[in-house]
Design a protein around this ligand. Sequence first.
Ligand code: ADP
Ligand code: MG
Length: 374
Amino acid sequence: MGLAGSPEESQERRTKRSHLSARSPNTFRALLTVPGGQRGSNGGSPDMVIKSGGTVVNQRPHSVVQGGIFWSSALEDASPEGFSDAQVGSWVERARTSRIISLEKGCGRTSNRLARFADGSKACVRYGINPEQIQGETFSFYLARLLGIKNVPPLALSRVSANSAQWGQVRKDLLGSQWPDGSIVSLTPWIDNLTDVVAPKALRSEDGRLRPLRADLENRTQAELLELMQWTDLIVFDYLTANFDRLVSNLFSLQWDPRVMQRATSNLHKTPNGGLVFIDNEAGLVHGYRVRAMWDKYNEPLLRSVCLFRRGTAGKILELHKLRNTAYELQRLYQEQEPLGVDLGPLSEDHAQLLQDRLDLVYKHITLCQAAYS
Ligand SMILES: Nc1ncnc2c1ncn2[C@@H]1O[C@H](COP(=O)(O)OP(=O)(O)O)[C@@H](O)[C@H]1O
Ligand SMILES: [Mg+2]
């Protein structure tokens, strides 16, 4: 892919700045990040003008960036809220206590199901053929909460049992599910009106490779900028979890499908209010870590191509880097909030170390961006 730029590899280590800009003049970091003289300190909103037809357009692209590497607070304030703590709390309560009255095919692969609760609400039920899939799904959700990334749908675990109050009414449907009695499955809320998401133009070039142009921040609508901002979280999140089953799998497919970047990104959807929803995270943290050697050659350059961050995400990365306790904090949250966490098992020690290593690498990358652009 165009981001790796191996011929410049040794040269780019010479200085912090060249580390960030030598690979290609057209990378996300070089072109979305504001050069010294152009840096603006305002929040951005005065530069957002309403054009005819009501479209809000950004006329001074530097105003969307603060401190050289952060999305402006004006953009942050306008961002879709994502899944709030209150929504997560009410979902897990419902998912743990409500009776399931029907179980139908749906929500993707044949081992998944669409469940309906007695109150009429619906859930996607995911069964992991391999236990690492449900672990990955669950750890990814809690890591997202730990980082303050609110794009991952709420998740609760449930133990399937034909005799339990929760599953008893769909005993017959369970026979067709091929889930062994006693399996632990994950429940996420069904989200209406989701649409597909294609990687934003600012992340693509004509040849389908990721090559965002600095100029692409100009004349972008606020909605486009807000989406781009969420993509920067997605790239950090998928790097940390070594999730190859979203943008990275598109980059991989470029080898034989030059138009893949114009197709919908797998496991990513958008709500009508512009919120990105990172679904199906079963590749994260466990499976992804196991096969990371294969995917990091895509995942790592992708991370290095981003020099714009949400302040909250960068702040949390800094904190977890300093305290060196990412896996501990993740585990604490998961054991505290997920009663079936004990049964599902913890993140292994090796993977806990890998998580900290990956977080440290993200931290280092942010500091290099800061040194170069702040
Ligand atoms: N929580 C959800 N709300 C609405 N639609 C969903 C939800 N989860 C999955 N889907 C739909 O099902 C499709 C497949 O879901 P996914 O979880 O990726 O399954 P798979 O395991 O087959 O990859 C998604 O692309 C989406 O259309
Ligand atoms: Mg999927």
